[in-house]
Write a protein that binds this ligand. Structure first.
Ligand SMILES: NC(=O)c1ccc[n+]([C@@H]2O[C@H](COP(=O)([O-])OP(=O)(O)OC[C@H]3O[C@@H](n4cnc5c(N)ncnc54)[C@H](OP(=O)(O)O)[C@@H]3O)[C@@H](O)[C@H]2O)c1
Length: 300
C-alpha cells in the first residue's frame, strides 16, 4: 500500500512519516526538507495543477491530508486564508483524487459541534461556532461526495512529542511547568486528548481496510484543559499547584470554543477492535520515547 501524506512537517504528518509502518509512506509539504525514510515532494497545494501533477506522479492508494491552518483564532481573523488553506486545497485534492480514482482522507475536528452536550457521536447534529469549525465542516462534504473514495476522520486535542513540530497541549505546559511558571488553564472546555501516534496507526489501518465514510477518534480520557494540565504535572512529578483554573470567558480567545465537546469513538472501536489510549497510557508512551527522555532529562 502506498500512502501520500500532506503536511509532512506538522504534528500528525511527522507521526505518519517518521515511524515504520508496513506501507510505503511518501511525504509532501511546503518546505524543501524531507521527512521520514520514504520519498518527499515539495509542493504548493494551493495550486490545483501542482496537486494534480503530484498525484499523477505518485499515484498513491490514499492521500492522507493533514496539512491545514490549525490556528483556530487566526482562522477567525483571516477568513480568506482559512478558506484557501482549509477548503480550497481539499477541493483540489478531491478533484484530482476523483480523476485518478485515488482515496482521500480528510482530518476534521470536534469544532464542527457547538459543545452544548458532548461528547458527540457521528450521528449527532453539527453546529460549528467558529469559522475554523464551519470551514472544516464544509470540507467534510467535499470529501464525502459521491464518486470519490473518501474518508473523514474527526479528531481533537492532539498531543505527542515530535522534536521539530510546534508545541502542543502537552509539550508547552510541560516546558512551562518545568520552568516554574504559573499557568492559567480553562476549566470549562471538555474533550478527550488524542495521542497522535495512536491516531497515525489508526489512519494507516483504515486505509489498509479501504474504509470510507465518517468516523470519530479521540482518546479514552474525558476531562477539561485545566484537569489535563494538572494530570500532566502529577505524572511528571511537577507542581500541580502552579496550574490555576479560569473560564473560557476570562481567556478572551478570538474564536468561540465548544465547551462540553469531545468525540465518542465506539463506531471506530468496534470496526477496528481498537481501544484508543487513555491519557495515562499516552503519557506512559511519551515518557518511554527515547527522544523525549533525551530532551527532557530532568523528568527522569
Ligand atoms: N492538533 C489538533 O489538536 C487537531 C484537532 C482536531 C483536528 N486536527 C486536524 O488534524 C490535522 C493535522 O493537524 P496537526 O496538529 O498535525 O497540524 P499542524 O501540526 O499545525 O501541521 C499542519 C501542517 O499543515 C501545513 N500547512 C499549512 N498551510 C499550508 C499550505 N498552505 N500548504 C501546504 N501545507 C500547509 C503546515 O506546514 P508548515 O510546517 O510549512 O507550516 C504544517 O506542516 C489538521 O487537519 C487539523 O485541522 C488537529
Amino acid at each position: 500500500m502506498k500512502l501520500l501524506v500532506t503536511g509532512a512537517h506538522g504534528l500528525l504528518g511527522r507521526s505518519l512519516l517518521e515511524p515504520d509502518f508496513d506501507a510505503e509512506m511518501i511525504g509532501c509539504g511546503r518546505g524543501e526538507t524531507p521527512v521520514g525514510k520514504g520519498a518527499y515532494h515539495p509542493v504548493e497545494l494551493t495550486d490545483p495543477r501542482a496537486v494534480l501533477a503530484l498525484l499523477e506522479k505518485v499515484r498513491p492508494d490514499w492521500v492522507i491530508h493533514t496539512a491545514a491552518l490549525t490556528d483556530v483564532d487566526r482562522c477567525e481573523s483571516d477568513r480568506p486564508l482559512a478558506l484557501q488553506i482549509n477548503l480550497d486545497i481539499v477541493r483540489h485534492l478531491a478533484s484530482a483524487c476523483r480523476q485518478l480514482n485515488l482515496g482521500l482522507v480528510q482530518l476534521s475536528t470536534d469544532y464542527v459541534f457547538d459543545g452544548h452536550n458532548g461528547p458527540y457521536s457521528e450521528q449527532d447534529p453539527t453546529n460549528p461556532l467558529s469559522y475554523y469549525g464551519a470551514i472544516k465542516l464544509q470540507s467534510e462534504g467535499v470529501v464525502l461526495q459521491e464518486g470519490l473514495k473518501g474518508l473523514v476522520l474527526r479528531t481533537l486535542w492532539l498531543y505527542g512529542y515530535l522534536p521539530e513540530t510546534r508545541r502542543n497541549l502537552v509539550t508547552w505546559p510541560l516546558e512551562a511547568l518545568a520552568r516554574g511558571d504559573q499557568l492559567k488553564m480553562v476549566d470549562d472546555q471538555w474533550g478527550n486528548p488524542t495521542h497522535v501516534h495512536d491516531l497515525a496507526q489508526v489512519l494507516v489501518e483504515l486505509c489498509r481496510r479501504q474504509v470510507q465514510g465518517l468516523f470519530h477518534l479521540g482518546g479514552a480520557t474525558y476531562l477539561t484543559r485545566y484537569q489535563l494540565t494538572q494530570e500532566l504535572a502529577r505524572f511528571f512529578g511537577l507542581n500541580p499547584g502552579l496550574v490555576h483554573p479560569i473560564s473560557t470567558a476570562d481567556a478572551a480567545q478570538k474564536a468561540p470554543r465548544p465547551l462540553r465537546s469531545g468525540l465518542r469513538t465506539q463506531a471506530l472501536e468496534s470496526l477496528l477492535d481498537h481501544t484508543p489510549l487513555s491519557l495515562s497510557q499516552g503519557l506512559e508512551r511519551l515518557a518511554g520515547q527515547e527522544n523525549f527522555r533525551r530532551d527532557f532529562p530532568n523528568f527522569f
